[in-house]
Design a protein around this ligand. Structure first.
Ligand code: AMP
Length: 618
């Protein structure tokens, strides 16, 4: 197998630069790094504070913006100026979120269109990208303060189900915060990396990542092999989490006191106190059997048994989603090799127990479930910094990859920005009778003609057994694994003849080069379309000439002398047109020749039918 070095990815990184891992969460966010001495992933925190930064932004009347725990204080007193869960709005239109409009206590601007949603605070509109950038800016500043060094490069995690728009929005938020986002990584992938799963070559495993946070629940089934993290299925509930556990406790206490929730709904202060007490009870019951506190002179109590009974239906819902995810992945629960627990709510003993029972194994809960994703992002960042050369996970292809087809056209198999790992294949055929070989030339770029793109590799598929033009079926397959290695294969399906080539990444194509290639493709878009149309017309013309010629040689007896003359003239006209750069003329002559030759084909068919009827074989 030949190996040719090419540039699939962009830019190389300097060893010494600190790249941070960021978990940009719905409820909380945090930054992690690889400790330069211990080489272990650690979450960043100031001496006396927590690593978690609540994903909450408060816009003060005076223009003052605060982020984190301080902003959270305003949730009750200034709900319309305090933004939480901005992540839920990323890459969404108003129509996408209108069903949950009640959930947001701030103003989500309803412009009744499909355009991206905005949040209104006073007279100012903020996009979710801007909102997330405030959180990222805060995280960046904290990290710089702790590390005493500028932080400009980051890996940011997103849910596995995020689509391209949401991923792009996250990248943009990073850019706006002054961060160069080197990679967007799936949260479950990061969580497994934090546990060292998938870090070794030749490792093959199927894992489940159960992520129960404050407001969302996700279950992902991943297949990991040779550093490739393939998401087999995802499921969950974007409105189910620890907050719901708090709510069932609160409602229980109200019911105990004989109060209808609606009666005190207006008393925001009391509701907030109750909510905080419920969360306190929930957290306490993760390590003890009973909880009791006083609230404004009233005693609030909860036993572990009661708590478990209250949350049971919610836990059941997560289990149902796990079953569905397994089903979608085509896996049985006992085929899962490892189960990773993520999110603060997985500290609840009943949750752990239920999940271990479902999968029939002990779950991974050794790391802090709030930090797991950020820790994994830091490990990914370290890999990108070149400190762990064994594996190299790529996320997207910066430029399209394809092969040369007739007339020098670029036929794209894997488009630009495709997620890695990825695969694609397409079938091609031979142009000539008895053609025994086919040249496969691999190119990278956005232009329509391969001559304007970059050639990466070339090889010949040989040994195709003799058959008429158009009969051979050559399947060309592209596979890019997580290392960014492109493997190109070609196989003639009728005979099974095959050949493949491996094209390795090399970090050399700079961002500027990629940008130039993209710019060129835009500048030349019009010319390219015209050229492509001309080339396609020419190819069609040449093919028609060759099939007509073939037909006449084989079936001269079917045609009269006048017909032969007429056909020869039309062929000559087409031949002439092909020598000129005139697409319309070529098409006109193709049409003319087609008009003449179409009845011949019908005649041939009629003859075949009558011969068959006479009992003769063809
Ligand atoms: P996350 O979104 O992953 O930060 O998860 C936050 C959620 O975890 C909140 O609902 C917290 O109340 C919950 N949580 C944090 N610590 C505990 C604990 N010890 N026991 C139960 N739930 C917890």
């Amino acid at each position: 197998m030949a190996k040719i070095g090419i540039n699939i990815a962009t830019g190389s990184l300097q060893q010494s630069e600190m790249i941070v891992g960021i978990d940009l969460g719905t409820t909380n966010s945090l930054v992690a790094i690889i400790h330069p001495e211990s080489k272990h992933a650690i979450a960043l925190k100031e001496h006396d504070s927590a690593s978690l930064v609540p994903s909450v932004i408060h816009f003060g009347e005076t223009g003052m913006v605060t982020v984190g725990a301080e902003a959270k204080e305003y949730l009750v007193s200034e709900p319309e100026r305090t933004i939480f869960s901005a992540k839920r709005l990323m890459g969404k239109s108003y129509k996408d979120v209108q069903d949950h409009a009640d959930y947001f206590t701030y103003k989500v601007h309803d412009d009744d269109t499909d355009s991206l949603v905005k949040v209104q605070v006073g007279n100012t509109f903020y996009s979710p990208v801007e909102l997330s950038s405030y959180i990222l800016k805060e995280l960046k500043q904290r990290a710089e303060h702790i590390l005493k060094t500028p932080v400009t490069k980051a890996v940011i995690t997103v849910p596995a189900y995020f689509n391209d728009a949401q991923r792009q929005a996250t990248r943009d938020a990073g850019k706006l915060a002054g961060l160069d986002v080197l990679r967007i990584v799936n949260e479950p992938t990061a969580a497994s990396l934090a546990y060292g799963i998938g870090l070794h070559a030749n490792e093959e495993k199927t894992i489940a990542v159960y992520d129960l946070g404050g407001g969302t629940f996700d279950i992902s089934v991943l297949h990991i092999h040779d550093g490739v993290f393939e998401v087999l299925s995802t499921n969950g509930d974007t409105y189910l989490g620890g907050d719901d556990f708090d709510r069932v406790i609160l409602n229980y206490w109200l019911a105990q006191a004989g109060i209808q929730p609606d009666e005190i709904k207006q008393n925001k202060q009391l509701m907030q106190q109750l909510r905080l007490a419920s969360e306190e009870a929930k957290k306490a019951l993760s390590t003890s059997q009973n909880f009791a506190t006083d609230l404004n002179g009233d005693r609030l109590e909860l036993s572990i048994e009661k708590f478990n009974a209250l949350i049971q239906p919610l836990v059941e819902r997560t289990l149902a989603a796990c079953h569905q995810a397994l089903k979608d992945a085509g896996m049985a629960a006992d085929a899962i090799d490892e189960v990773v627990m993520v999110g603060g709510s997985t500290r609840i003993p009943l949750v752990k127990k239920a999940v271990s029972e479902l999968f029939g194994r002990t779950v991974h809960d050794e790391l802090n479930p709030d930090e797991v994703v950020a820790l994994g992002a830091a490990i990914q960042a370290d890999i990108l910094a070149g400190n762990n050369r064994d594996i190299l996970l790529l996320d997207i292809t910066p430029l399209s990859l394809g092969i040369e087809t007739m007339g020098g056209l670029m036929d794209v198999l894997i488009p630009r920005n495709a997620k890695i790992p990825t695969r694609a294949s397409r079938q091609y055929t031979t142009q000539k009778d008895g053609q025994s070989g086919m040249r496969i030339s691999v190119f990278q770029g956005e232009r329509d003609l391969v001559k304007d793109n970059r050639k990466l590799a070339e090889f010949n598929l040989t040994g195709i057994p003799g058959m008429p033009a158009g009969l051979a079926k050559v399947e060309v397959g592209f596979l890019i694994n997580a290392d960014g290695i492109l493997q190109v294969s070609a196989k003639e399906l009728r005979s099974g003849v095959s050949q493949q080539i491996e094209v390795q990444p090399q970090y050399g194509l700079t961002d500027d080069e990629v940008e130039k290639m993209l710019l060129d493709s835009i500048t030349h878009a019009k010319d390219d379309i015209a050229t492509r149309a001309l080339v396609e017309a020419r190819t069609e013309g040449e093919q028609l000439l060759s099939t007509t010629e073939n037909f006449i040689t084989k079936n001269t007896s079917l045609l009269s002398a006048a017909e032969l003359r007429e056909t020869a003239a039309a062929m000559q006209n087409l031949q002439m047109a092909l020598t000129m750069d005139a697409k319309d003329l070529i098409q006109e002559k193709i049409e003319a020749l087609n008009e003449i030759s179409r009845p011949y084909a019908e005649r041939l068919m009629d003859q075949a039918i009558s011969q068959t009827l006479k009992g003769q074989t063809l």
